[in-house]
Design a protein around this ligand. Sequence first.
Ligand code: ADP
Ligand code: MG
Length: 357
Amino acid sequence: MARITLQNVRHSYLPHPEGDDDYALKEIDHSWEDGGAYALLGPSGCGKSTLLNIVSGLLTPSEGRIRFDDKEVTELPPDKRNIAQVFQFPVIYDTMTVYDNLAFPLRNRGRDEEIVKERVSAIAEMLEVTPMLNTRAANLSPDNKQKISMGRGLVRNDVNVVMFDEPLTVIDPHLKWKLRLKLKELHHRVNATMIYVTHDQTEALTFADQVVVMDLGVIVQIGTPVELFERPAHTFVGHFIGSPGMNILPCEIRDGGAFFHGQNVALEGPLTKAGNKTEIGVRPEYVVLAPTGLEGIVRRAVDIGRHIVIEVMVGDTRISVVSDGDLPEQGETVHLQFRQDQTRLYADGWLASKARS
Ligand code: ADP
Ligand code: MG
């Protein structure tokens, strides 16, 4: 196991990149701590697989360096990096049994058959595939094939990092939930650094201690699930995480205060920077219907079981409210208040207010 450091990494798939837009990864300066459980979260096309393949060595970055502990590995091929990678679709040998598939990465490294047996049994037990050990892989369901593929990634206990690139894509929804928890448990047991790539916030937030959020080839925020929810560093994170996402309201800054629809909105604390475009960010969970406050009209209200979600229009701006109260009528006039300590300012997308101490 090792600490993995990416230093000023940039990557373009073009032979002669020019502007920033030509780079799939714009500038990555980041360390993955030894033994951590990380998720790499972002929409399709934001550069997650590119970043992962640079760590694994499938791809050499156009610029920058990669180190495992103090050792430079930038030019090393994948088989010299001592890593395991699990892909979106199962990579297994159909003609071999499940046992032989799981044993392969160990035998490939010349491990004793005794150790092979011990490790394969342990992994099979964890993944609940022990009864299938003598089955030929070709006869497995797609779910089970992917489980074995994951087992192959986890069977060695001497790897620097185990990487998963959207591994649950082919898995049935009801099994997804189970496998996700299983992986988390496995992380505790095998104690390896794990990097889990996904575009699904639920997957990222349940698996990881630290979530790395990417957009357009850039890391926009690294934090615990709670930090990402409570204090998004960028409006992208506010919007991408949470359901519904954070309300982002265009505002005007006057006399040090933020004005939305002509009304002063109390922020969590002082502004930390200025910008051309300023917006107020407040999560639907922290907006309440009140007797007074910002006036709006209910466009839609949906009961989603544990609570209700109300969409209120204030002029052209839609504000979502998560509430435990009664379902209001469509077209009804309501008043909104924002919880002050959860009302933030964003300048050109980035967090620009500071909590009052
Ligand atoms: P993600 O895994 O987040 O969906 P990728 O890392 O696969 O994103 O892709 C990032 C960007 O790089 C996308 O714009 C994608 O079209 C481009 N890209 C990915 N792989 C290649 C490739 N082999 N050749 C050219 N462009 C690529
Ligand atoms: Mg990908």
